[in-house]
Design a protein around this ligand. Structure first.
Ligand SMILES: [Zn+2]
Length: 277
């Protein structure tokens, strides 16, 4: 009995971590016109038998699962290195699931609303079921768009007749980041956050940050980036291309977001981890 109790305590106290991060590699989906390169500096056995391996990359700050600093969209906003650590680490997590609204699953039939935007109404509906969003939270929005990752055209929502490609150049590995050209940024379709939700979250719920499982917190057809501007002006950071949101409960978990420390940075690939009780 004693041993059973010990076993139970050990099992029970073990926190579960969920990695909400896509790996950094040549397959990541990039905003049209942006390009990443990855290369090997050395990967060899030296004459004395010593093994040495070192690789390098040249990437946009907005690559893979990443954070947008307020300065990315607001001239007077804080840069990456100025985001306070206590707003990034061990903050209360919330996951608002609008999968059914975006994917339009009704009577077993899917009718996707590509540019669906989560509204204040949607959030109030979530709060009715799950309670009010706690202050200083990091609010993640699950749209289900992540299941398209890393198919670049599907994830960016580019219609079939606009799927032209730019030829990959050089001897470095570029793949997804080089096949969508600037022209395609006119034909983006994916879900996002609308202005009513952005104001509600930042003013009435005083969130630390927001995140989404798409390439931008603004929908693909939102050409003036209203949600980015609302959050940026209020010093709230944004996380994009968040992975694995289907593994999270609506609330009751803590989040840890760890970006690089780049002086004057506008954003950075970010390791985002949820700690479940
Ligand atoms: Zn970004």
């Amino acid at each position: 009995m004693k041993y059973l109790l010990i076993l139970f305590c050990v099992t029970y106290s073990k926190a579960k971590y969920v990695d909400l991060t896509y790996a950094l590699n040549k397959d990541v989906v990039m905003w049209p016109g942006r390009e990443n390169t990855f290369h090997t500096e050395i990967e060899a056995e030296l004459p004395d038998g010593t093994w040495v391996a070192s690789k390098g990359f040249c990437i946009s700050e907005h690559t893979s699962t990443h954070i947008d600093a307020p300065y990315h969209v607001y001239k007077n906003g804080g840069t990456l290195d100025k985001i306070p650590l206590d707003t990034l680490l061990d903050v209360p997590g919330v996951c608002i699931d609008i999968y059914d609204k975006v994917q339009g699953v009704r009577n077993g039939q899917a009718r996707v609303t590509s540019n669906y935007v989560i509204t204040k109404e949607d959030i109030l509906e979530w709060e009715e079921k799950n309670g009010q969003i706690p202050p200083k939270a990091l609010v993640l929005v699950r749209t289900g768009w992540g299941k398209r990752w890393p198919n670049v055209f599907d994830y960016l929502g580019i219609p079939k007749d606009h799927r032209t490609t730019t030829e990959a150049t050089g001897d470095t590995e570029t793949k997804n980041s080089s096949i969508v050209n600037n022209e395609m940024s006119k034909h983006l379709n994916f879900p996002g956050i609308d202005a009513t939700a952005a104001v509600f979250l930042s003013v009435e719920r005083q969130v630390n940050g927001v995140g989404i499982d798409a390439i931008s917190i603004d929908a693909g057809n939102a050409k003036t980036f209203p949600a980015h501007k609302i959050f940026g002006r209020r010093g709230i950071y944004m996380l994009e291309n968040v992975a694995n949101l289907h593994l999270l409960p609506p609330r009751g978990f803590q989040l840890f977001a760890v970006p690089f420390k780049v002086d004057g940075g506008t954003g950075s690939p970010t390791r985002l981890i949820a700690k479940l009780p």
